[in-house]
Write a protein that binds this ligand. Structure first.
Ligand SMILES: O=C(O)CCC(=O)C(=O)O
Ligand SMILES: [Fe+2]
Length: 435
């Protein structure tokens, strides 16, 4: 059998010290369920300097999959791979430096890694640098050039950002290319592409432009982005209700950033599930009839991290108090039944959670799209319902001043009756969130 010959050859090469063969052998052994042998191979490849092996090993150490969890060691291994220009390692290291996960929090160092990646032509870094600059209030030709460079190198998120701008009257790309990228977006499952296609139905497709050169990224760009995202100025909050305490903030983030959250979350959305307390198995959640996902550190990018930090700031806490940024997606008929976001002492698993990171005193939501019917955030006892526009936030308090659950905070998402609803959610903890 061809495969077994390949594996035999691989095993021989791995034994002889070929790092690439060791890396491939590790994947094969892992697939065969030989965990210990797989990890030994992976470590051998990483020690020999194989960059993908270092990145994979760091991811395992970060999550505790296959090896003991060791976040600070993961950071060291990522730093070694990033120093040699490994794209994914540079990107993940930037997020961990921003979070201070396994290392000291160092926002300027995180930004410097993003800029280094962009200068090296890393596709995601080019797109993310443009979006981060937008979050910092810079909307200029450099952003357009960064998005264009990412899009022409095949990044569909950047391409769809330019399509979306085109629909708002920006003529960086012409209609034929907008159509072509939208069709690609649809094939790749970009969540916004399907809806946009009719806008270009009558247009002739154009050939792809040649990949443009990497734009010049000036040195002073670093100082433009040096302020930590939680310290940036924010639009004024408006108090909507005293009990529960509800505030709204118009335009906490821009439309383009909402589109980025939607696009980044879509591949991981799954129907909401709960663990059945009797069988211990996952089953459909009777209260939560929506699709959802959460961005764990390895799924984040610096833009998403900065958005999360901004949400925490809107709740008056530092970023470490926020749980993972989550996204909820409701199709017609879907809803999130009446619930409290705060933890209930004595409920299964919640005592340990309360002990670890304290209560969940506040919730921050950002409305990511509009044009749907139904789907308001409704405080069922307080008789207050709200539906924000794109990029608007709502911040509400789940507990009273004495820390007890505020029964008035019982809330729901009413059923969506037309179109689809996207929302980003961040639950805020009393103490630094331990995960
Ligand atoms: O979708 C909504 O409006 C509510 C979401 C929510 O209650 C939550 O994420 O805790
Ligand atoms: Fe909630």
């Amino acid at each position: 059998m061809a495969e077994s010959v390949d594996i035999n050859q691989l095993a021989v090469a791995a034994k002889a010290g070929d790092a690439d063969a060791q890396y491939k052998m590790a994947a094969y052994l892992s697939g065969e369920g030989q965990k210990d042998a797989a990890i030994k191979m992976l470590k051998a490849a990483a020690t020999a300097g194989h960059l993908d092996a270092r990145f994979t090993l760091a991811n395992f150490m970060l999550s505790g999959h296959m090896v003991d969890r060791d976040v600070s060691h993961a950071v060291q291994v990522l730093a070694q791979a990033a120093a040699k220009g490994h794209e994914a390692a540079t990107r993940l290291l930037a997020v961990l430096k921003a979070m201070g996960h396994g290392c000291e929090a160092d926002w300027p160092a995180a930004v410097a890694l993003l800029v280094t990646g962009a200068r090296q032509g890393h596709i995601l870094a080019l797109a993310e640098l443009a979006l981060l600059r937008e979050l910092y209030g810079f909307n200029d030709d450099l952003n357009t050039a960064l998005l264009l460079a990412a899009a022409t190198r095949g990044n569909i998120i950047a391409a769809m950002q330019l399509v979306s701008r085109h629909l708002k009257g920006d003529r960086t790309i012409e209609a034929g290319l907008a159509k072509q990228w939208t069709q690609q977006g649809r094939q790749l499952g970009h969540p916004l592409a399907g809806n946009l296609l009719p806008a270009f139905e009558a247009v002739e497709a154009a050939p792809l432009p040649d990949p443009t050169a990497i734009p010049d990224i000036p040195e002073d760009l670093l100082s433009d982005l040096a302020t930590a995202p939680e310290s940036l100025a924010r639009p004024q909050a408006r108090v909507e209700l005293d009990r529960p305490h509800v505030e709204t903030i118009e335009g906490l983030i821009s439309h383009a950033l909402c589109e980025h959250i939607i696009a980044a979350s879509a591949p991981s959305l799954a129907p909401a599930r709960v663990v059945d307390p009797k069988s211990g198995e996952l089953r459909a959640d009777p209260y939560r009839h929506s699709y959802n996902m959460a961005f764990w550190p390895a799924d984040l990018d610096l833009v998403l991290y900065a958005i999360g930090a901004r949400m925490c700031a809107a709740a008056g806490v530092t970023p470490d108090h926020g749980e993972m940024l989550s996204v909820l997606y409701y199709q017609p008929g879907m809803y999130y039944g009446p619930h409290y976001d705060c933890l209930v002492p004595g409920a299964d698993g919640q005592n340990a959670e309360l002990e670890r990171s304290g209560q969940r005193p506040k919730t921050v939501l950002i409305y990511l799209n509009d044009g749907y019917e139904g789907g308001s955030t409704s405080f069922v006892r307080a008789g207050f319902a709200h539906k924000g526009g794109i990029g608007d936030a709502i911040v509400f308090q789940n507990v009273l001043a004495d820390g007890e659950i505020d029964e008035q905070s019982l809330h729901e998402s009413t059923p969506v009756t037309g179109g689809v609803k996207w929302i980003a959610s961040k639950w805020i903890r009393e103490k630094s969130y331990q995960f």
